[in-house]
Design a protein around this ligand. Structure first.
Ligand code: LR7
Ligand code: MN
Length: 573
């Protein structure tokens, strides 16, 4: 009897603690107005959830939260299933942000994520936290959704050692959404870290918005993030410790994919790095063997990357300014990542993908916001500023594949050219030879122009087709673009990042991702006979055969006019 009574007392006492905690939690969360956790019908559900790693535990130490095993939508990085009655709403609201807003809003602002790091990373010893530099985090946004923006903020607070967080700066680039006004300021004021909302006033674009955040930042390091990210366990220490080792290192995490549809967290490969094509689009490519060898096969070592994606990186604040921060002449979106990549490498710094640091990012297929003056105009303007300042003669590749861009205005770049002088930066050729020999821009080449067939006077044309598809033959238009090919020193016939590729006798002649290993992509041009011999098959490129009229053929070398090709843009040698 006595024992049983004691037992009951314990149960009653524990229940009281739980009830009091529940009431407190309810009070805290009814205060915030929107978001999945703050929506009244969700309150009780919230309280019965499994303890989360961070933010809540700053208020309620680990272990004090009621421990039911119920997980919410998206927890553990799992995909969110939108209930069928909300599918129409999800479809209708998709275009607001170009992602599934219903799914995002269903998830906790502090959803749980597994620790995705490889074992070597978990075991790594970093310098003591007290010796690492503190970072300010700068997040710029234009019309970002509430739940993605706040999930970014919560993931930082939850998964960063507080000692390393100087502050979070949210730079609002003239958003027009109610929820990003006072409501945002009130919400962040309650967070256990200094979070400030800064307003650009008028739409200045992400580059100048970042400059505004950087300007007022106080941390020794600035970490930039997009406004729809989720930082994972242990993301910050490896970044800061790289900068601590060498302040001229600019460091990026691996950027994992958060699905724009289900918000599933999908880990990206540690075997990709950043490159670019002739159009100066940023592209992910496979890390070459050369770089794997340099790291002696240790995948937990940072990868030296030729370029960065641009949205997620950390840099020593003073070094950022020494190196010319950003080109203030760039508008809205695009190009700043390549500009910074070329500049950092050519002027003495390094760029790494730190494979022990993982941050998720919602990749979108199109952009949801307005582009004052037009997408094309803005991107060409920014890209022209890069090629004119940094690329020397290699800018020909960009201009030839993008006919018409030369005529557009790009403002005054003289101060950026002076910066290049002042910092005593190396040439673009140096960058290609030393940092990016695998580049899609051939370091040496014989020609850059059209490829005209003598017998038919037609020109080789990609027809805008992709890797794996047949190359076409069309009336020559002399405008470059799809009719621009380079006969390179590696004996490839290349246009952008595609090479003419033949894998069986008699063809077909296809476009294929250039692999730089010769093989099916190796051609020998004979200056006298003007023939192009495919080395592996020992056959020659010719005019269309009987079966197809708009594709070149490949067959026995005859020396006839139908196998003669005049290569435009031949270099004197
Ligand atoms: O006018 C604008 N003002 C802004 O504040 C336009 C955009 N922005 C904000 C925007 O709300 C977002 O937070 O700027 C940030 C980046 O814009 P996104 O998310 O539309 O860009 P993105 O993710 O498609 O583009 C990538 O390339 C950009 C080139 O300018 C930037 O460098 C982005 O930061 C960059 N994102 C990443 O690197 C994440 C990985 C994507 C890849 C590859
Ligand atoms: Mn983005």
């Amino acid at each position: 009897g006595r024992l049983r009574f004691q037992y009951c007392k314990v149960i009653i006492a524990t229940s009281m603690v739980w009830i009091m905690l529940d009431v407190f939690l309810l009070m805290y969360f009814t205060d915030c107005t929107n978001g999945p956790r703050c929506n009244p019908q969700d309150e009780l559900k919230h309280i019965s959830e499994k303890p989360r790693e961070g933010f809540l535990h700053k208020i309620f130490p680990k272990g004090l939260l009621p421990g039911s095993q119920t997980l919410g939508p998206g927890d553990g990085g799992k995909p969110v299933k939108v209930p069928s009655e909300r599918e129409a709403e999800a479809k209708d609201t998709f275009k607001i942000n170009q992602f599934n807003l219903v799914a995002s809003d269903m998830m906790a602002l502090n959803r749980t994520l597994p620790d995705y790091r490889m074992d070597e990373c978990k075991r790594k010893k970093y310098p003591p936290i007290t010796s690492l530099p503190k970072t300010s985090i700068v997040i710029v946004f234009h019309n970002e959704a509430w739940s993605t923006l706040l999930r970014t903020v919560h993931s930082i607070i939850d998964r960063s050692p507080p000692e390393l967080l100087e502050e979070i700066l949210l730079v609002d680039d003239a958003s027009e959404k109610e929820h990003l006004g006072k409501k945002l300021e009130d919400y962040v004021a309650k967070l256990p870290v200094s979070v400030q909302v800064i307003r650009t006033g008028s739409r200045v674009g992400l580059i100048r918005a970042r400059l505004k955040g950087a300007q007022i930042s106080k941390g020794q390091v600035i970490t930039f993030l997009d406004a729809h990210c989720e930082c994972t366990q242990g993301w910050l220490e490896p970044l800061l410790s790289e900068i601590h080792n060498d302040r001229t290192s600019v460091v990026c995490p691996i950027i994992d994919v958060i699905s724009d549809d289900t918000f599933e967290y999908i880990t990206g490969s540690d075997m990709t790095w950043g490159g670019f094509n002739w159009k100066l689009n940023f592209r992910w490519y496979q890390v070459p063997q050369r770089e794997l060898d340099r790291r002696a096969g240790d995948r937990s070592q940072p990868t030296r990357t030729p370029t960065m994606a641009g949205g997620l990186f950390a840099i020593d604040r003073a070094y950022f300014y020494e190196m010319g921060s950003y080109d203030e002449g760039m508008d809205i979106w695009g190009g700043e990542n390549l500009e910074m990549s070329f500049r950092i490498w050519m002027c003495g710094g390094k760029i790494y993908i730190v494979t022990c640091s993982r941050v998720g990012h919602v990749f979108r297929k199109t952009s949801p916001y307005s582009w004052p003056g037009g997408v094309g105009r803005i991107i060409n303007h920014n890209t022209q500023r890069i090629v004119e300042v940094w690329m020397d003669d290699y800018k020909d590749f960009f201009y030839k594949i993008n006919p018409g861009v030369r005529a557009t205005e790009y403002g005054d770049v003289s101060s950026r050219q002076e910066l290049r002088q002042k910092l005593n930066c190396k040439s673009f050729r140096w960058y290609l030879e030393n940092i990016y020999p695998e580049s899609q821009l051939p370091i040496d080449y014989h020609s850059l122009g059209e490829m005209r067939n003598k017998a038919t006077s037609l020109c080789l044309d990609t027809m805008g087709r992709k890797s794996g598809e047949k190359v076409g033959l069309e009336r020559c238009h002399g405008q470059g673009g799809n009719q621009v090919f380079s006969y390179t020193a590696k004996e490839t016939l290349q246009t952008d990042d595609l090479c003419l590729d033949v894998s069986s006798l008699g063809g077909p002649v296809k476009l294929f991702q250039c692999h730089g290993m010769g093989g099916n992509q190796r051609w020998q041009y004979n200056l006298e006979t003007k023939t192009l011999r495919h080395v592996n098959t020992d056959q020659c490129l010719g005019k269309p055969g009987t079966r197809e009229k708009d594709a070149p053929s490949i067959g026995r070398c005859t020396g006839g006019e139908d196998q003669e090709w005049v290569l435009g843009g031949m270099k004197e040698s």
